[in-house]
Every structure is written in C-alpha cells, then in structure tokens.
Design a protein around this ligand. Structure first.
Ligand code: GTP
Ligand code: MG
Length: 451
C-alpha cells in the first residue's frame, strides 16, 4: 500500500521553450484529476489526447494524458503524465491548475523518493536513476544501467545472506555462555568472514572507478611554456576554447572542458606552462599546475619535437614515470620529430601536431587504452560504488576485521556478534534499510525537480 496521502506535481522536463513539456503527477488524487479534466480515467498506460481546461473551463492547451495505476507506476502510486506544448507559460498554467485542484509542488527528487519509500526501488537503484540522468559516457551509462537493474542490490543481498549465516552460528552460542565456541565452528565462521572481507574489499576497490565514471577522468595537460598545451586542448575539444599565442606564459588560469574519448569521459584541464625561471605571477600559476598534477588521474605531458628536454619539476617527472601518463611530442609539422625521453618505455609517447591535427587519432587511441585499464576489478559485475556506498563498505569491513580479530583471540561471543551486527547494518545502508530520514531527505534533495 502506498504510504502518502498527498499528491505531488512538477514539471519533469527543463524549463524553457521546447517541442514538448511533461508535467508529472503522483499520488492518490492523480485519477481524480484525470477524471475532472478528461471526464474519465484513460485506460492504463495508453496516451489519450484531450483538451486541458482549467477549473474555470478556460482552454490551456491540447495535451496527451497517460495514467499509470499504482501497480505499474514509477512511484508505486497512481500517477498521471501530461505532455503539453513546450512553453513554460503553458506548463505553469497547468501546474497552477493542478495545485488549485489539490496537488502540491514536488520537492527535488520526490518522485524517486516515493518510488524508494513505496518499495519500487532500493536506494542504490534510486541513486542509479541520478547516475543515468548524468551519465556522460558509454561506460558511465552501462554502469548506471546495471545499478538501476539492481546489480549492486543483488550483490549486497548475497553478502548479507552469507553474513546472516555466520551471525546465526555465532549467536547460537550466546545463550550458552558456559559453552565455548568449538574449534571447528570457529574455523568455519572465520572462513565465511574472511571471504566476506575479501568481497567487501573488492567492492570498495571499485569506488575510485566509480568516481572516474561519475566525475570524468581528471586529465591534466602539462609541459613547458609554449609547448602547445592549449593548442592540444583546443584540438581535443574540437574548437578554440583556450587562448593560443606564440608568447610563452599565455595560459595563467585553468581551463577545463569535458570531452568524450571512446567510451570514456575526460575532464580535460589546461595548465600554466612550467617555466624553470618563472616571474612572480607565473610562479603562482605553476604552483597551481603542480597541485593539479598531484590530483590528476591522467597526465598528458606535452613536449616540443626537436627541442632539448625542458627542465621539469620532480613532481611531474615522477608522476609520468609511474604511469597513467601519455607523452605528447608536439609540433612534428616543423620538421624534426625526435625527442629524447628520460622515461620508461612503457609510458606511451605519441607524435602529433596540434596545429595540423596529424597524429591525433593515435593519441586518442592511446588515451582510450590507458583509460580502459582504470577499470581494474569486477569487470563481470560492472559495479562501481559511489562515495556513500564506499563509506558504508569501509565500516562493514572494519566490523568484519574486528570480529575476526576477536575470534582469533577467543574473545567474548557477544562482542563478536555485535561487530557482525554493525557490519549487517552497514551493508543494509547501501540498499536503504535505514531509519535515517534526514539522510534520505538530504540524498534525494540532490536530485532534480520532477525526478
Ligand atoms: N608549428 C606548430 N606550432 C604549434 C603547434 N602547437 C602549437 N603551436 C604554436 O605554439 C605556440 C604556443 O602554443 P600554445 O598552445 O599557446 O602553447 P601553450 O603550451 O599553451 O603555452 P603557454 O600557455 O604559454 O604555456 C602558438 O604560436 C601555437 O600556434 C604545432 O603542432 N605546430
Ligand atoms: Mg597555454
């Protein structure tokens, strides 16, 4: 049974002029609204064309009405979708009329929050709805779809079942304090906890990949002044985004653009050139560049073909030597294409001309290949946990480790059980078995209105 007595309404499409706008209604009055406006409730999930007249009988628009009975609706309660002409004024008139008929304006994310609270989605699926809306690359889309289909939820249920088995075995001895846990039981429980700790760690290890999927791969372009960093950014972005000039020290501030390469989304960041003998302002810019290098997921080091290797700060050469970097040998159109590289051969070096575009395809292929390798674990599950999941998983893992340590020292059974119950609660948080309304409100408040 749906638990809400009020009916919410909101515009589900962006405010602005468009071909169509969608007003969404959910709650017990959705059917009544349809009956009042159309004279009857249309058959479930079939679009029905009709005039939208307000309560005073004035025609607002002709629209398409679709009624979703609670059994098959997104929110798990009666819902009505009204597709009208994409004019914000029309949508506003329709909303005002619905409010006059008894609906109230929906909060951000409230439709999805209702879907969750009515048991249509677990919390990880509700989050996946957001991921899906914001997915910018094929990989992000695939991961969001998997999560929306319950991949993470199923994984958590499986871990929870195994943990419940172990907890039942431990708790069986709580009522018999005089009996110590027999050695074979101890060993059996330990094996289950060890495998749970391993699987929890595997999930946790996907969190960095999750960040890359959701935020994009932070890719920092560095190099000496005038090496062609901004030209490279422009070439990759496909238009003149950054100022390019023959004068060294052109770029002072950071320019960031998102681009799609293959199935990946990159957050491409242009930086100020690394001058071994900088002026005061340049120095400030360089310090900032080095901070970006430290936070980068991927480095594109731009060098000039045929020029002696510039003096680069240790932070940069170290980062490049340890991988997750591509060396871009630029300006090959000027003649010489050789450059001396003091880096391990494993670091890909690509020869390009940001001016003519030569070599760009191979460079992009090298970036894609490197980005492919970031998805380190659990390819078969395609799970990439978010920061909230990662926090819960970390606590779950600590609980398992504490329980194992106590088990090894033949510690009190009650305390072992208590650690495991903590882990159980942390697992539960991921799919939303929680009694924390504030936390839920906060989470759904990050959604958009009408979702
Ligand atoms: N011939 C040739 N010139 C290039 C190429 N790439 C960049 N340039 C030129 O090199 C100069 C500097 O290019 P920028 O892209 O501004 O270099 P930058 O590394 O961003 O420079 P700073 O921001 O000053 O550090 C400009 O005159 C560009 O036109 C290239 O592949 N071939
Ligand atoms: Mg520049």
């Amino acid at each position: 049974m749906p638990r809400f007595t009020d009916t919410i309404a909101a515009l589900a499409t962006p405010a602005g002029t468009s071909a169509i706008a969608l007003v969404r209604v959910s709650g017990p009055d959705a059917g009544r609204f349809a009956r009042e406006i159309l004279g009857e409730i249309p058959p479930p999930r079939l679009a029905r064309h009709g005039d939208y007249q307000d309560r005073a009988g004035a025609l607002i628009d002709d629209a398409l009405f679709t009624f979703f009975p609670e059994a098959g609706s997104y929110t798990g309660e009666d819902a009505l979708e009204i597709s009208c002409h994409g004019n914000p004024f029309i949508a506003q008139k329709i909303l005002e009329d619905l409010f006059a008929r008894g609906a109230r304006s929906a909060e951000p994310g409230e439709f999805t929050q209702r879907a969750f609270l009515n048991g249509r989605l677990d919390l990880s699926q509700a989050e996946a709805v957001m991921d899906l809306i914001h997915a910018r690359s094929e990989r992000a889309l695939a991961a969001a779809n998997q999560q929306l289909r319950g991949a993470l939820g199923r994984r958590m249920n499986e871990l929870t079942d195994r943990l419940l088995g172990a907890l039942a075995r431990v708790e069986a001895y709580i009522d018999f304090p005089e009996e110590d846990l027999p050695a074979e039981d101890r060993a059996g429980i330990r094996r289950v906890l060890e495998s749970l700790a391993t699987d929890t760690a595997r999930l946790l290890a996907t969190s960095h990949y999750g960040e890359l999927l959701r935020d994009g791969i932070k890719t920092v372009i560095v190099g000496a002044p005038n090496a062609g960093k901004s030209s490279l950014l422009n070439r990759l972005v496909g238009h003149e985004r950054a100022i390019v000039s023959p004068e060294p020290g052109t770029t002072r501030d950071f320019i960031e653009e998102r681009i799609i390469v293959g199935p990946h989304c990159l957050r491409l960041i242009d930086t100020a050139g690394l001058n071994p003998d900088p002026g005061a302002i340049e120095k400030l810019g360089m310090e900032k560049s080095l901070e970006r290098v430290a936070e980068a997921d991927l480095i594109l080091l731009v060098l000039e073909a045929g020029q002696p290797l510039p003096t680069l700060p240790g932070t940069v050469t170290d980062r490049v030597s340890t991988g997750r970097a591509v060396i871009v040998v630029n300006k090959i159109d000027l003649g010489p294409t050789s450059v001396e590289l003091p880096f391990p051969n494993a670091i890909p070096a690509l020869k390009v001309s940001a001016l003519t575009g030569a070599g760009m395809e191979a460079l992009i292929a090298a970036i894609v290949q490197l980005a492919d390798s970031f998805q380190a674990v659990d390819k078969e599950y395609f799970i990439a946990v978010n920061a909230r999941h990662s926090d819960a998983l970390t606590r779950a893992k600590v609980g398992l480790e504490d329980a194992m340590a106590k088990l090894a020292m033949a510690g009190p059974i009650e305390l072992i059980a208590s650690d495991l119950r903590g882990t159980l609660a942390s697992y539960g948080e991921i799919v939303g078995k929680i009694d924390n309304e504030r936390m839920l409100d906060q989470l759904f408040a990050t959604f958009c209105i009408g979702k």
